[in-house]
Structure formats: structure tokens, C-alpha cells
Design a protein around this ligand. Sequence first.
Ligand code: SF4
Length: 603
Amino acid sequence: MSVKGGYFFRILDVDLTRGETTIVPIDESFVLKYIGGRGFGARLVADHLKKSGGKCDPLGPENILVIAPGPLTGVYLPASGKNSFVTLSPATGIYGDSSMGGVFGVELRQAGYDAVVLRGRAPELSVLTIEDDRVGILPLPQAAGVSTLEAEKLVREATGDEDMKIASIGMAGENGVVFSCVNADWSRNAGRIGIGAVMGSKNLKSIAVRGSKDLPVYDLDALVRVSREGYDYLKSHEFFRFWQEQGLMSVVDYANAMGILPTHNFKETVFDRADKMNGYVMEDRYKISDTACFGCSMSCGNVCLVREGKYRGTVTEGPEYESAAMLGSNLGASNFAYILKANALCDDLGVDTISTGSIIGSMIEGLEKGILTQEDLDGDEITWGDEEGILRLIGKIAGREGVGDTLAGGAFAILKRWPDMEGVLSHVKGLEQSAYDARAAISMALGYGTSDIGAHHTRAWTVASELENGAGWGLEEKAEFVIYHQTIRPLFDMLGVCRLPWIELGFPEEYYQRFYQAVTGVERSMDDLLECSRHVYDLTRTINVTLGIDRKDDYPPRRTLVDPVPSGPTKGNVVDRDEYEKILDLYYEKRGWDSDGKPSLSL
Ligand code: SF4
């Protein structure tokens, strides 16, 4: 197999401590095996961990942060604006990655790199500037404590360049909040696992990129042909228009109807005021325009404005379903203007909305159950739907003020201080659960339990399929379905494309093989590409095993196994522990891992 396009065959390695940059060449066998994006990141993190003797503090200068678009990022095909951030996570202490949309990754490719590796720590708060082959580290002390958006302005002033694409952290990232994000293009985030804190630990407020190179495409005519087919497919889909109107906000009604909507910290799965915070409310009263990542006709981003009331003037992109559910129903709040305000505040401060909503929900329930006292929350009273109290707590988390200092440490720090919160705080491997209850679908529980980054839905979002079609499925089929998701989803991140056309509008898998072939000139089957992503999943598991993960860590959040759903369509559901042990055994067997969850691979 000879690679004729798709890559620059070089990685930019930046040592922030020494202020040195190196161009590291990569060869054909590397790009064929790891493809790009998450695949490159996993390999580089594994190599680094091996060199470090299997130990690495995620917030120490020794950790590396890999930023890697894929070979399809930024070329003419649907939803090709994705870019992976890969590192060891301060939230979990293990492997972590996050995929960011928008155009930042496209610009990075245009600067002529297949990946950037950041290591060390700059002597003071700085911005890394990348303009093709000119790379610089510019002090930016004036940006200390400012919002992600304000940081962009300061970078533009400092560089004198209005057109750079900029990714920044907020106050939370500077303060080492373990679920802090990196934000680019106003509202596109690399969230969940604390990439903001890793950037903050490197004294890096922002990364600013400007590129002028053409992207290497092997067969442009073939690419245009298959892309046009792809765009036509999406446009002709019966839900295309609805998707443009509501994007992921359409999931609120679905999750509520199916009995999987997190409500009152996952105690319940149906919210009686869901119709006050759904996609129709957004569309009718708040939405002012669509936004989209590079090349995406689905344009799922919703720019919203609050025109009246106490949150008047709030403008934000989103929220998408996860943010609306975790900051809304999960906290007993249905006022959509408040949800927009909370979403905008999280984006400005640079904290992950899912973890923030989950942690605040567990604080409210902890108080309700008497596990916590008002003194634990600095004398503050906070109850379900208490908008002011929630907004206050978000600010305290980002600023590490009072109890916010503990909450900023995520699930592990909370459980260390209050061990009895284990039954209340829903997490896997230290990462708080996403906005889909798993008690009605054991495959979703398995997906959360075995996820390589903790309880995150994008690793294996199987809940809808199991609820709708899984009546006749045995445990074996369910385990296989989880593995299928965990295999195809990395491929999207490796290629640099968004998974949503596939998962939401049934975009056929074969397109990705055809895009890959047109761009790289490499003829290989979809099965062959999937074998690469399966290997990457084995590799990330191997990283985690090296860091101490085994079977004991592969269980869903405790509530999933213990507390039956109290009401609604999934009433009485709970995942049976013995069934879970059986499906976990099947899962390991089908993956070729031993009974403790260890692959035969080594770093
Ligand atoms: Fe971005 Fe949404 Fe399009 Fe995915 S579907 S590429 S997240 S705009």
C-alpha cells in the first residue's frame, strides 16, 4: 500500500520549557496503522508513557498533549472539521481524548502538520503561535483569569493578526479544574476529561494558528464525486431539515419519552417540565441562527439569544442535549433562559457542562440525603431548580473558591472528602456520567463501564438501539454491539470527521472508505480500516492497564446497579449485577482480553 495523499508526514513537537520546536517525520507504516487524529494521539501517548517508565502525572510538565486532526479534516466532504486532543486525563489519571469541531483543526492542517505535540511548561502564561513554519511562544500574562472569548481578543491584539484560528482555556483551565475544556471558534469545545487543565498546567492560555498550505488530496475529481453523493444523501434524508432546526436538542423529548432523561441527579428518568426546555422552546423563542463545523451541511449548532428577563442579553451557541439535560432536568431546572445562561457561563469559564451538572446535582442530592451539611457548601443553601445557587456554584468551581476547590477536583476528590457520596455521584473511573440513564439498557451500562475514558456516551451510544430493537437480543449480541460502537467510533476521530451524520441520519459507512481512498490513494476495505481502530481501542486499554486499570474499574455508576427507576416508562429497571458480570465476561472474551480485562498487547 502506498500513501499518495492525505498527510504532510510531519509532526510539530513543542517543548514549552525550553522554548524549542522540532519537526518529527512520520513514515508510511505509521500513517497506515494509526490513520490520524485519535489514532496518532494514542500511539504518541503510549510511546511517551513507555519512555516515562509507565508513570506520568497528568498535570506535571512531563505529560504531553497531542493535538491531531485526521487525513479527512478540512477537505471537501460532509462534516470534516474534527480534531482530536489526546493526553493523560487529570480527571481519571488514565488515557483521555476529546474531539473538537469547528475550523481550528482545519487551520492546523493548513499550517502543514499532521499533529502537534506539546510538552513541558512555559515560564509564564503564554500563547503558542503557529504560522506555517514560524512557531513562537508569546507571553500573555494579561490574559490571566479572562474568559475564553476575551483570551481570543487579547491574542489578536498581541499578534496583530485578526484571522488566526484560536483555541483557549478559561479560568477553570488555569486553575487546574479537572473537567476543564479548551474552547475554539467561539463555542466548540474539547471537553470532558480536563484538557483545559493540561493546557493550563503548561502555562498555555491559547494556541493561535494560521496556515496557508493546500491540503494533500490524491484524487480531487473522485473526492468531489463521492462528496456530492454524500451531501445529496444527507439533504434527501427525511430528518435533515429537522436536524438543522434543532440539532441535538431534539433528543430532550426523545430521552424523556423513553425514560432515560437524567432528572434530579439521575434519581428519576422522566422530567415533568421537559416540554419547557426542549428543542421547540429553543426554536420558537431563543434561536437566532444556525452554525456549523467545517464542511457540514447539517449545521447542528444553534445560536441563541435571551431577549428579556434577568438573563437578557445572554448569547450562546447551544445548548446541545447533554448541556440542556445536565444543567436543566438533572438539576430540576426548566427555565430555558437560565439553561442558556449556565451554558454560556460554563463556556466562558471553560468547564465541561456534563461534569459540572453531574457534580452540582450530586451536591444537591447529598444535602437532601443528609450526607452533606450546609456548612460543607460554605453555608450556602442550594436546592433543585435553584438557578442562582447553581450559577454561583459554577463560578466557585472555576475559581476554586470554598467548596469549589474540592468540586474542581472532580469525582475522585469529592469521594475522598465525602466517601458516602459514592451512592450519589454517578461516575466511571472518575469521569462523571453523561446524560443517558443506563438502567433500561445493559449495553449502555456496559458501554459506560468499559469506556476507556470513563462514563462518556460517545464511546458506545447503544441505548436507543437496545430500547427500540433489542427485545430479542441476548447478552452476546449486546456485548458485540458495544464492541461494534467502540470500534467504529474511534475511526471517525482518526479520520477527522464527525460521527453525527452516521449516528443521526444513517450516513452509510462505505462513504468513509471511499473518502479515505480518494484523499490518500490507498485502496483498503472498511474492515481493514476498522481493524486499525480496533487496534487503537486495544492500545488505549493497554495504556490504562499500565496505569492500574482492570476489571474492578469496568462497572457502570453504582446507581445503575442498585437503585430501580422509580417512575415512568422504565419504572423498576435496574441492571442486575449477575447479568452484568456475565456480559462483562462475554465482552472480554470477544475482545480477546483475559478475564481481568487485560489485552495481550504491550505498550
Ligand atoms: Fe459539527 Fe454538528 Fe456538523 Fe457534527 S453535525 S460536524 S457537530 S455542525
